[in-house]
Design a protein around this ligand. Structure first.
Ligand code: BG6
Length: 499
């Protein structure tokens, strides 16, 4: 997030370049950056592949990926120009000697390309490779910053629980400084998510009422239509909670609940986020069971799509108790949010793809309408929505035209597409660009990651112990297990219905 300055000359070194992430998101994002003239003049892309692959083969494969996954019309000249700076180098994270060879080849290549030795190492690999790669880079001196910068981008999942995230942070911080680590969460690449801070802090009217005095509760929903598809082995070991909550849903939660940063810079913003995440009340396992619902889908139709039973999906254990749906009730123990419940839910194979934050304001007193035909007031919601539409919606009560007093709920809608003509993007452009200019405002700091895991750990522990007990089966194409309604109903509240 900058004023459009060109990054320093640099190389981006992609581990896992033959994989889906590099083809689907990283290279298309780099292409989009080229079209916006946001890549440096002196720039090169180095793809690290384990099995021997020539640079030509890698370029061909990335070009195919670019055509398949592009979000924009491809200009062939520009695409060829971008991919002409791709070089494939062989290295194996398990083989320390290959890092010495990698360093020597990078030095030579960069001298030719005049990239000044600035390097962005992008780990688009399975998480088991994160540490071996970082160690290999550190051992060969490739993470040392002597007048040039060296940065490491790490994809999620960052750990699988609190202990493993702490361990990973601890090990990484032995090898490099926190400012060199860019823990990526693609939700922060979304315009609507970045806009939350602007909505809250660039407008005078929201912040004064953004607290327990005026807000009844907040719902955060990330519903997906897709099932686990071909990601069975990853997903069955992960589940909905680990896959979505401590990262994506907590990023939304942090942005919507954090205090105002003193300035728009990485230190101030990330400190406020860490502060609020570490204020989430840590529940006992007993409380965690009471304040959560977990479900697993069985086969059914999602629109026209037939989704098979989770347990019959490729690479899923037949009796798996992994959750594909999670709903939680959390509270934040601070002055602003004391007593305000936060309801979070996410699931796969649901009837709709929807990501939204719904802020429910306290009801106006009804007293004034007691002797009128009005029998109830509609709810006041402010809804920040990322999917299926990008926008913000305010729901309020209005008088129905006519001689008597009747009231109905109406909506005031803002849609990004009505105001802005932004080129479709992958969501990774800003993130990659920010890595190159050294702005880590949109990346997770070690303390935030750990605070997130700390808050979900009691749920992980309680669910593990409960096993099949308490796992609710729901039909694909529905809103998830009915028990999730209970979680709110017992507080006299209800989820916003699927549109
Ligand atoms: C990923 C999860 O991080 O986010 C996936 O691993 C999930 O399981 C995806 O489908 C959702 O992202 P989005 O941007 O489609 O909401």
């Amino acid at each position: 997030m900058s004023n459009g300055q060109k990054p320093d000359p640099c190389s981006i070194i992609i581990f896992g370049v033959t994989g889906d992430l590099a083809h689907r998101l990283v290279i298309p994002a780099l292409y989009n950056l080229t079209t916006g003239k946001l890549l440096p003049e002196n720039f090169c892309i180095v793809g690290i592949a384990r099995k021997g692959m020539s640079s030509d083969e890698l370029r061909d494969s990335l070009m195919k990926g670019l055509h398949q996954f592009t979000t924009r019309k491809i200009d062939e000249t520009l695409a060829k120009q971008l991919l002409s700076c791709v070089t494939c180098i062989e290295a194996d994270p398990k083989d320390p000697a290959s890092f010495d060879a990698l360093r020597d080849q990078l030095d030579k290549l960069e001298a030719r390309r005049e990239t000044g030795g600035n390097r962005l190492f992008y780990l688009a690999t399975p998480p088991t490779a994160f540490l071996p790669i970082a160690k290999g880079l550190a051992r060969t001196g490739m993470l040392k910053e002597n007048g040039m910068w060296r940065r490491l981008v790490i994809e999620k999942p960052f750990g699988t629980d609190l202990a493993s995230a702490q361990e990973l942070n601890h090990e990484l911080l032995k090898l490099m400084d926190e400012h060199q680590i860019y823990r990526i969460d693609h939700y922060l690449g979304k315009e609507t998510v970045q806009n939350i801070l602007v909505l809250r802090f660039a407008n005078g009217m929201f912040e004064p009422i953004w607290n327990r005095n005026h807000i009844d509760h907040i719902q955060i929903t990330v519903d997906e239509k897709i099932g686990v598809g071909h990601r069975g082995s990853f997903y069955d070991a992960t589940g909905a909670l680990r896959d979505m909550v401590p990262n994506h849903l907590f990023q939304l939660l942090a942005l919507v609940t954090m205090g105002p940063p003193s300035r728009f810079d990485a230190h101030a913003v990330r400190s406020e986020k860490a502060e609020v995440l570490s204020s989430i009340q840590i529940q006992s396992e007993e409380e965690a069971l009471k304040n959560s619902v977990r479900g697993q889908y069985r086969g059914g139709k999602v629109g026209d799509l037939e989704i098979e039973d989770y347990r019959k999906t490729e690479n899923i254990k037949p009796g798996s108790t992994t959750e594909t749906y999670a709903a939680l009730k959390l509270t934040i123990d601070n002055w602003r949010w004391a007593g305000v419940p936060f309801y979070l839910r996410t699931g796969k194979a649901l009837g709709i793809k929807r990501t939204e934050i719904a802020i429910k304001f306290k009801q106006a007193p009804f007293a004034m309408f007691r002797n009128t035909p009005v029998d109830k007031l509609s709810q006041n919601y402010l809804v920040i929505s990322t999917e299926p539409v990008e926008g913000i919606e305010l729901q309020f009560n209005t008088k129905v035209p006519g001689p008597t007093i009747n009231i109905d709920g109406v909506e005031m809608k803002f849609r990004y597409k009505d105001y802005f003509n932004a080129e479709p993007s992958t969501g990774y452009e800003t993130l990659i660009y920010d890595c190159m200019i050294g702005d880590n405002i949109l990346f997770q700091r070690a303390d935030s990651v750990e605070a997130g895991w700390r808050a979900v750990q009691p749920f992980l522990d309680a669910w593990k112990k409960a096993g099949a007990r308490g796992l609710k089966i729901y039909d694909a194409g529905t809103e998830g297990p009915e028990e999730a309604d209970e979680l709110l109903a017992r507080d006299g509240r209800s989820w916003r219905k699927l549109a």
